[in-house]
Each structure stands twice: as structure tokens, then as C-alpha cells.
Design a protein. Structure first.
Length: 320
């Protein structure tokens, strides 16, 4: 048997062991087997994933599973309160609205736009309630007013909606049309567009769109008050209630960081060693975006939250 046959036999044996012993869910064992074939260089990703349609399908699978873990374990709320607790942010309605837009953009670059807004909406409404109470105490509004009818409320809610659309363009996995469009471009031109290349092109566009969005938002919905009090205490209380990061949250961040790092690794190597370097060509060939996404998602079924009970960060019912 030549080396390629030996590697393929080893992957097949490994998958059979995973299926029989079930240390991970059976579908995850199959996904790991497909990823192993590409990572070990048995065959290129395009050939290996051809029966599934394209590598885009695997990118969808991995990215959606990672996003589900972030939703389930509350990573979005923790990130939101971390940004809002930066000194000086919570003291101004303008800075709070811009901060919420930034958080939404960042999250929607990796999680679906709808899910991002749904996650951050309760936090935004809680802060809006604090602002509304402050305005009522100052006599700026009537006692029977509706907080959602305020200009500051409109600006905050619309910033969530539009911010998610802006951030969804930043990465290939930010929105399903990105992956579909990238696949069509690659099919038509024969040129592969990496995760880092897409992000590098989209980042200036997203930044310009966000600046214009903020300016228009404040022109159309100028907040009734500029300086606010009480929001910092509210955020401090919410962060205290969250407590320390749970094992599941840490595991999710590890899997997410692992995935993004591998997505960007070929681009980093190309900047240091050049696109003709052997290491870059090796990584570019093996680290297909779909394969990396599946590998990162698989970590969620391996990293435990309770080792004695053999409970992993995510279950297959969560992922399905």
C-alpha cells in the first residue's frame, strides 16, 4: 500500500472506532473523518466535498454549530456588557448607541443577523428603560409616556437592526448570501477567495457604512438627552449577576478562537513568508474554510463541561 492508501485506511479505521465507541455523536465522527482526509492530504477539499455539493455546505454546517453554541451559552450578552462597561461609554446616549452598533456588527460577522439582534434586544431594552426612567425623573417626558416612542429608543433599536446588516458583510460566514456569492464567484473565475481576503476587502466598506449609519441615525433620531446617569450601575449589576465565565463559555470561546485562527493562518504566513513559500502552499491546500469550520465545531462535542458525567459543551440535538 502506498502512503495515500495507508492514510485513508487510518482515517477509515479512526472513524469506525469513533462510531463504535461514540466518544462524540455519530454524525460528528463522520464529519471528522471527512476533515481528516483533507487535512492529511489524501485528496484536495474540492474532490472530497464534491458529493456534498461544495465546500460551502461544510462552512455552513461548522459556522452554524459554532453560532448555536454562542447563542446557547450567552456569549453575546457577556460581550455587550463588557464593551458597555468601558469607562465613559455608559455616560452618554450617543456613546451607548454607537457601542451597541459596534457590538452588533462584531457579533453578526460570525452569527446570523437575526439571532444577533434577538440576543441583544433584551439588553438594549433594559438600558432603554433606565434612560427612560431618568428622563421621567427629570421631567423631560410625561408620566404615561412609551419609552419605545422616544427618539433615543428609535435610534437604539434601529442601530441594532442596521448594525447587524453592516456587520454581516464583514466575513464570509456573517450571512448565508456571502458564502453563496463567494462560491459563485469562485466557480465563475476559478480563483479561491480565502476568509482573510474576503475580510480584508470588506473591512473598509463596513467601516465606512458604519460611520454613515451612525451619522444618519443621529440626524434622524437625535436623542432627547445627551448625558445619562444610572446606566453604569445597571451594567455593573448585570455583570455581577453573570458572575465568572462558565466552563461552557470558555470552551465555546476556545473553539471559536481555534476556528478563526486557522481561517486566518494562511494569510498571516503569506504576509511573512510570501505566497510562494512551501508552508503557505501547504496550509492553503489543507486548511479549506469548510474543513476548518467543521474541525472547530467538532471541538464543542469534545471539550467537556462535566467530565464525570461525560457532558460536552454542545449536544447533537443542539446542533441539529
Amino acid at each position: 500500500m502506498d502512503r495515500t492508501q495507508q492514510l485513508l485506511a487510518a482515517v477509515l479505521l479512526g472513524v469506525i472506532i469513533l462510531w463504535i465507541c461514540e466518544p462524540v455523536p455519530i454524525p460528528v465522527g463522520g464529519l471528522l473523518g471527512v476533515a481528516g482526509v483533507v487535512i492529511l492530504g489524501v485528496a484536495p477539499a474540492g474532490e472530497v466535498l464534491a458529493p456534498f455539493g461544495s465546500t460551502t455546505i461544510f462552512t455552513f454546517i461548522g459556522a452554524f454549530i459554532l453560532a448555536q453554541a454562542m447563542l446557547k451559552h450567552g456569549i453575546a450578552q457577556r460581550l455587550a456588557f463588557a464593551v458597555l462597561s468601558i469607562p465613559g461609554v455608559a455616560g452618554s446616549t450617543y456613546r451607548v448607541i454607537v457601542a451597541f452598533g459596534f457590538i452588533t456588527c462584531l457579533l453578526s460577522a460570525f452569527v446570523s443577523n437575526t439571532a444577533t439582534v434577538a440576543l441583544l434586544m433584551p439588553t438594549a431594552l433594559g438600558i432603554l428603560a433606565v434612560i427612560a426612567q431618568l428622563m421621567q425623573d427629570r421631567g423631560v417626558v410625561r408620566a404615561d409616556f412609551d419609552p419605545l416612542r422616544l427618539r433615543v429608543g428609535a435610534a437604539l433599536m434601529l442601530m441594532l437592526a442596521y448594525g447587524a446588516s453592516v456587520g454581516g458583510l464583514l466575513t464570509p460566514v456573517g450571512s448565508p448570501p456571502n458564502l453563496i456569492g463567494r462560491g459563485l464567484i469562485e466557480e465563475a473565475t476559478g480563483v479561491r477567495i480565502s476568509f482573510a481576503q474576503w475580510t480584508a476587502v470588506a473591512a473598509p466598506l463596513c467601516l465606512a457604512m458604519f460611520v454613515v449609519l451612525a451619522l444618519i441615525m443621529f440626524l434622524l433620531n437625535k436623542p432627547e438627552v445627551r448625558q445619562i446617569e444610572g446606566v453604569e450601575e445597571y451594567i455593573r449589576g448585570q455583570r455581577s449577576a453573570q458572575g465568572r465565565m462558565s466552563r461552557a463559555e470558555v470552551n465555546t470561546l476556545v473553539a471559536f478562537g481555534f476556528t478563526v485562527s486557522l481561517w486566518l493562518l494562511p494569510a498571516v504566513v503569506s504576509l511573512i513568508a510570501g505566497t510562494d513559500a512551501g508552508l503557505y502552499l501547504f496550509l492553503d491546500d489543507r486548511l479549506d474554510d469548510g474543513i476548518v469550520a467543521v474541525l472547530g465545531a467538532s471541538l464543542l462535542f469534545i471539550l467537556p463541561t462535566n467530565w464525570k458525567e461525560r457532558r460536552a459543551t454542545l449536544t447533537w440535538s443542539d446542533a441539529a
